[in-house]
Design a protein around this ligand. Structure first.
Ligand SMILES: Nc1ncnc2c1ncn2[C@@H]1O[C@H](COP(=O)(O)OP(=O)(O)OP(=O)(O)O)[C@@H](O)[C@H]1O
Length: 237
């Protein structure tokens, strides 16, 4: 078996005295697309932040590409090929689209430079039309495309998207889903957190549902669709 890009075991994370994650095991294999779902406040973002080193789990371990990264800072995790696009975007508003993309450019952990500036612009034609615009002049959807484009410019092995389609018009959200499929086809692993389980399960290889910081379901999209009561019980649809 190949080494997973991310292999977290027994993660317990707290905010102060609030115990949020209760012993989560979470792996991301090479080339795998994973859906992470659950109602609001169930711990999805907390899990992603625990993997990225943005919050230190109280116990458990996080390995990235076979290296123990438990308690290591986010930039070290990112350097090993994990790109994280947090909820709520976070582009550099004072910089132009070109500058935002160029400052992210780097070869991947395996030296690959598959995602060049040109390829990112080919993938996001809307950004190409806005090259000289400042980040803050972009619409919400364009900002989201820019954050994803910037993450791709780092040539990651794993792309983590937290609520990338949140608050976007359906047409723009559809564009983001198209890009998620392209990313999958390019062989990059991804972790997708999104409320829209229908879109998520169309492209994922494996899905995980969290309830109160615990994994209550883990399986293929077919396995999830075969148990509609779980969607009702855990996702409220
Ligand atoms: N900085 C914080 N300090 C204290 N509690 C927090 C903090 N961030 C999140 N929480 C709490 O931790 C729990 C899990 O939150 P988290 O954001 O991980 O959930 P989520 O599943 O990502 O939900 P959402 O879809 O609303 O983002 C919630 O009860 C939330 O109120």
């Amino acid at each position: 078996m190949t080494t997973p890009w991310i292999d977290a075991k027994g993660i317990h994370t707290f905010y102060g005295s609030s115990h949020i994650l209760h012993g989560i095991d979470f792996t991301v294999g090479q080339g795998e697309t994973i859906g992470l779902m659950g109602r609001n406040g169930m711990g999805k973002s907390t899990l992603l932040k625990s993997l990225m080193g943005l919050i230190k789990p109280r116990s458990g371990s996080v390995a990235v590409a076979g290296r123990d990264m438990t308690g290591k800072p986010p930039y070290e995790v990112a350097r090993l090929g994990i790109a994280y696009v947090p909820e709520g975007r976070g582009i550099f508003g004072n910089l132009s689209v070109v500058e935002n993309l160029q400052m992210a450019a780097r070869a991947g952990t395996r030296g690959q430079r598959d995602w060049t500036y040109e390829r990112v612009l080919e993938t996001f034609p809307r950004l190409k039309e806005r090259l000289g615009h400042g980040g803050q002049q972009l619409s919400g959807g364009e900002q989201q495309m820019l954050t994803i484009g910037r993450a791709l410019m780092t040539n990651p092995d794993v792309l983590i998207l937290d609520e990338a389609t949140e608050g976007l018009a359906p047409l723009i959200a559809r564009e983001i889903w198209r890009i998620c499929s392209l990313i999958k086809d390019s062989g990059i692993s991804s972790v997708i957190v999104d409320k829209n389980w229908k879109h998520v399960t169309q492209i994922t290889d494996r899905n995980i549902i969290l309830v109160k910081g615990q994994v209550v379901f883990e399986g293929s999209s077919d396995a999830l669709h075969a148990q509609p009561q779980l969607l009702d019980q855990y996702l409220g649809v």
